[in-house]
Design a protein around this ligand. Structure first.
Ligand code: 13P
Length: 251
């Protein structure tokens, strides 16, 4: 079965409500290539406005993180129930910025994956190695450990309902990109490390732009992209979405 290309915009801590509406109007006005699935993940505060803007059209709504409990004494947190109510059907979990700055652990990611699936929200599980791990050739060890931990104990069919994003930390926001063949090899290794990932969509993230997207998306294992900086302007995001057209058309 062919895996449908998926392009996800992770807006991180960018865009007010007004800016969100403006960007989504631009995105909605553009003809999107058939067969390419497109998701945007604005900040929590902009989700209701984003939902309104996306009511017509095919772009779907994601969140950048969530708590695993349905409700409770967790000051500042947002639950899967709350996200689902807002029309959110995707959530990025275990992003390296969450792991580094907000102490998100592999164990927490595993709980969140289960909670998201239980609420009909597709987890996009982010894994990736640091610059030091990269230099020390510890990439495969790191990312397979993270992937195995995130999906530990899940039935293979549930693993197959998730998405994985390989984001080398040194490539995020740096302008440095992993070589397409190298990213392909890492993603292939992750796929092989966990039962159920055979048909799971696997994304590359880290300085993906219109200029390098086609080469990355031509790789057999890379089903799409998780885009930070280039998702903040319509033209640069749409260039990546457009680059996925060829992949969607490959039989
Ligand atoms: P950049 O595309 O800005 O490198 O960010 C990648 C990322 O972290 C997406 O989640």
């Amino acid at each position: 079965m062919r895996r449908r290309p998926l392009i996800v915009g992770n807006w991180k801590m960018h865009k007010t409500i007004a800016e969100t509406r403006a960007l989504l109007r631009e995105l909605r006005a553009a003809p999107l290539p058939p067969g390419v699935e497109v998701v945007v993940a604005p900040p929590f505060t902009a989700l209701p406005a984003a939902r309104e803007e996306l009511r017509e059209g095919t772009i779907e709504l994601g969140a950048q993180t969530m708590h695993q409990a349905n409700h409770g004494p967790y000051t500042g947190e947002i639950s899967p129930v709350m996200l689902h109510e807002l029309g959110v059907r995707w959530v990025i979990l275990g992003h390296s910025e969450r792991r580094a700055y907000f102490s998100e652990t592999d164990d927490a990611v595993a709980h969140k994956v289960r909670a998201a699936l239980a609420h009909g929200i597709t987890p996009i599980v982010a894994v990736g190695e640091t610059a030091t791990e990269h230099e020390e050739h510890a990439t495969l060890t790191r990312v397979t450990l993270q992937a195995r931990a995130a999906f530990a104990g899940l039935a293979p069919e549930d693993v197959g309902r998730c998405v994985v994003a390989y984001e080398p930390i040194w490539a995020i926001g740096s302008g440095l990109v992993e070589e397409p063949a190298g990213a392909n090899a890492v993603i292939g290794s992750i796929r092989a490390a966990v039962e159920g990932l055979e048909q799971t969509r696997m994304l590359y993230g880290g300085s993906m732009k219109g200029e390098n997207a086609a080469a990355l998306l031509a790789q057999p294992e890379i089903d799409g992209g998780l885009i930070g900086g280039a998702s903040l302007q319509a033209a640069s995001f749409l260039a990546i979405v457009e680059a996925a057209r060829a992949r969607a058309q490959t039989p």
